[in-house]
Design a protein around this ligand. Structure first.
Ligand SMILES: [Zn+2]
Ligand SMILES: [Zn+2]
Length: 328
């Protein structure tokens, strides 16, 4: 069985268990977390799109922003929008396999479930070793605030259930450089790049793995320098905005031209995403963080065609729980 096939076999098995847990009405089945296969989960690297809708609104066919990168059985979470834990379970990911969490920026659609994700791993009995979390300035304070917010429950469970303090198993790191090395672990090397997302900034992450490379932009205004950071990457995962959809979004929200300008100026249009992917010489482009992400009249073909005006490579219009191998 080749690596790719082994990966798929593993996915099916864990997916069935995850689905059974979800069907039983449990957010996390502790037995699933504890007994999921530990040995040799398969070599390879794949992206799992956990939530593909841009913005904090809940509902519709897409979940809030979150991604998992699985490399040789180790999982790395990039962004933790509301619902990230449930999406991990639906995707058949073993919570005990999560090694690190990366937050792109401090907008709630990307970090609302950051603390809860770590809590949920702990509550499932799957937090066996320290997890590292990386993000912009403010993430360390957010982690400290989260433990304070939940101290009554945690203290009770520590006494009642003999659990270890979860705060001691989360190492949070504010990334304050403009660009540079973030971490190297288990053959995976990560760098970050600061890109404008007015009025704040965003960290794009680049992962180099033994099975290919991937850049995940987070939210960004059109930024050609980001293409240089993503040069020759195997998979470029880029946020995307569809201008005719934004006009309808503004109308629906009774928004002003200020609201429209904010959206256009802080995100990247589908046409501009094509330009970035071409300049980066990306081998494959994955669209996610759709704005708007809840209008059915915007078809996959419409997203694809807008991007394809400026990019001739492979375009994947992302969907929740879709898996994309880094190579092949
Ligand atoms: Zn966002
Ligand atoms: Zn944002």
């Amino acid at each position: 069985m080749n690596n790719h096939a082994r990966f798929r076999a593993f996915d099916r098995r864990t997916l069935l268990k995850g689905t059974a847990a979800a069907a039983a009405g449990m957010l996390i089945d502790p037995a699933f977390a504890a007994t999921a296969p530990q040995a040799s989960p398969g070599k390879g690297a794949k992206l799992v799109l956990l939530g593909t809708k841009g913005g904090p609104r809940v509902g519709g066919k897409r979940a809030n922003p979150a991604n998992a990168l699985v490399v040789d059985g180790n999982a790395y979470i990039i962004d933790a929008g509301l619902g990230v834990t449930a999406q991990c379970v639906k995707a058949g990911l073993n919570l005990a396999d999560i090694r690190a969490i990366f937050i792109s920026h401090m907008h709630s659609d990307h970090e609302l479930e950051f603390g809860n994700l770590v809590y949920n791993i702990w509550a499932a009995g799957a937090l066996h070793r320290p997890i590292d979390a990386y993000g912009p300035a403010g993430l360390e304070a957010m982690a400290a605030d989260f433990w304070r917010l939940n101290h009554m429950d945690i203290a009770t469970r520590m006494v009642d259930e003999g659990r270890v303090d979860p705060a001691s198993l989360l190492r949070t790191h504010d990334f304050i450089a403009r660009q540079g090395h973030v971490m190297t672990q288990d053959g995976v090397s990560v760098t970050a790049f600061t890109t404008p997302h007015p009025p704040i900034e965003d960290l794009a992450y680049r992962f180099e793995t033994p099975h290919g490379s991937i850049v995940i932009t987070g939210d960004t205004a059109y930024n050609p320098a980001l293409a240089d950071f993503a040069r020759d990457v195997d998979v470029l995962v880029h946020e995307v905005l569809y201008v005719p959809g934004v006009d309808e979004l503004v109308k629906r929200a009774h928004g002003t031209s200020t609201f429209r300008n904010h959206l256009i100026n802080s995100h990247t249009t589908a046409e501009q995403v094509g330009m970035i992917a071409t300049r980066a010489r990306a081998k494959k482009l994955v669209l996610t963080h759709f704005v708007p992400g809840d209008m059915d009249w915007i078809t996959d073909d419409m997203w694809r065609q807008a991007v394809a005006r400026h990019y001739k490579g492979e375009i994947v219009v992302g969907r929740d729980l879709m898996e994309v191998p880094l190579r092949g």
